[in-house]
Design a protein around this ligand. Structure first.
Ligand SMILES: Cc1ncc(C[n+]2csc(CCOP(=O)(O)OP(=O)(O)O)c2C)c(N)n1
Ligand code: SF4
Ligand SMILES: [Mg+2]
Length: 292
């Protein structure tokens, strides 16, 4: 499949309120192309709320419920229950929350929904901080990154492994994706739509103002994350992990190609770079050791 063969229908319109070069908006655009018009989305507070705009106007033409920060998966569960009572099995329910909304404040509702194998797709669009409120650190922020709540030497802890937390719930489908690989992302949403039960898709979404790079570099930054091994693209089904095409080869671990040009890493010492490289290698080793 080529980019030119993606559906021409648009569900998120130009002129929305995302920043130029927003990886989250790009990912949302391609996901909705895959899911189509029979989709209901639950969203919490975050940049994606702003992208939708303020009632009575919206830039998105599928039904969307704005819900409280911690309740995305609970809200989606309610929609699923309502549709089931009505005998509707033709509508895809999606919870679409940021890294703050997923790996921190929304994790309880998400874990409950996954434990019940609720028939929905939960998406974490991961821009690695609380961007909408001014770049505070989240559980998904990489170690060493300086945010408004981790001044000085930056965040001490490594990125929380939300993907393996979800894998421990033994749900039918887990995938990672990146806004810079729209075809890979599109195919994963098409696949998730056809699977019954809880599906979890974790999308790395470069963010020009939050990461400190120029808007036209979003694709290059996302691709550098994948090539260097700072982010891996894969799927987990029935306990088996399969690397997706862009991540099938061993990464280069030349993480400097990723860190350079992003202001959030500007203060990194040589020691911090090595620490992060070590983390990337170690994480890849763990993934490779899983049944495949
Ligand atoms: C209970 C609660 N606490 C805090 C907030 C303030 N708040 C709104 S958006 C946001 C950041 C969301 O971060 P994330 O989920 O990563 O999404 P992003 O903004 O990065 O897209 C915060 C802290 C809120 N709306 N509700
Ligand atoms: S701050 Fe980042 S995630 Fe939020 S709208 Fe702007 S580019 Fe997108
Ligand atoms: Mg975020």
């Amino acid at each position: 499949m080529k980019i030119a063969e993606l559906p021409t229908e648009e569900y998120i319109f130009p002129g929305n309120r995302s920043c130029a070069g927003c990886g989250a908006a790009l990912a949302y655009r391609h996901a909705l192309k895959a899911l189509g018009p029979k989709t209901v989305v639950a969203i919490p507070a975050g940049c994606v709320t702003v992208i939708h705009g303020m009632y009575p106007r919206t830039s998105v033409n599928v039904p969307v419920i704005h819900t409280a920060f911690e309740t995305t998966a609970a809200c989606a569960s309610g929609v699923v229950a309502g549709l089931e009572i009505q005998g509707r099995d033709d509508i895809t329910v999606v919870g679409w929350s940021g890294d703050g909304g997923t790996v921190d404040i929304g994790i309880q509702a998400l874990s409950g929904a996954a434990e019940r194998n609720t028939n929905f797709i939960h998406v974490c669009y991961d821009n690695e901080a609380y961007m909408n409120t001014g770049t505070q650190r989240s559980g998904a922020t990489p170690s060493g990154v300086r945010t408004s709540t981790t001044p000085g030497g930056g965040k001490v802890e490594h990125k929380k492994d939300m993907i393996m937390i979800m894998a421990a719930h033994r749900i039918p489908y887990i995938a990672t994706a990146c806004a810079a690989y729209p075809l890979d992302l599109y195919k994963k949403f098409v696949k998730a739509r056809g699977i019954h039960g809880t599906k979890y898709i974790h999308i790395l979404c470069p963010c020009p103002p939050g990461w400190g790079y120029e808007p036209e570099d979003t694709i290059a930054v996302g691709q550098a994350a994948v090539r260097s091994g700072m982010f891996n693209l894969f799927e987990i089904e029935e306990g088996k992990l399969r690397f997706s095409a862009p991540s099938r080869r061993e990464p280069t671990y030349e993480i400097e190609s990723y860190l350079e040009g992003q202001k959030r890493f500007r203060q990194f010492s040589g020691e911090q770079i090595e620490e992060l490289r070590h983390w990337a290698r170690d994480y890849r080793r763990q993934l490779s050791a899983m049944p495949n």
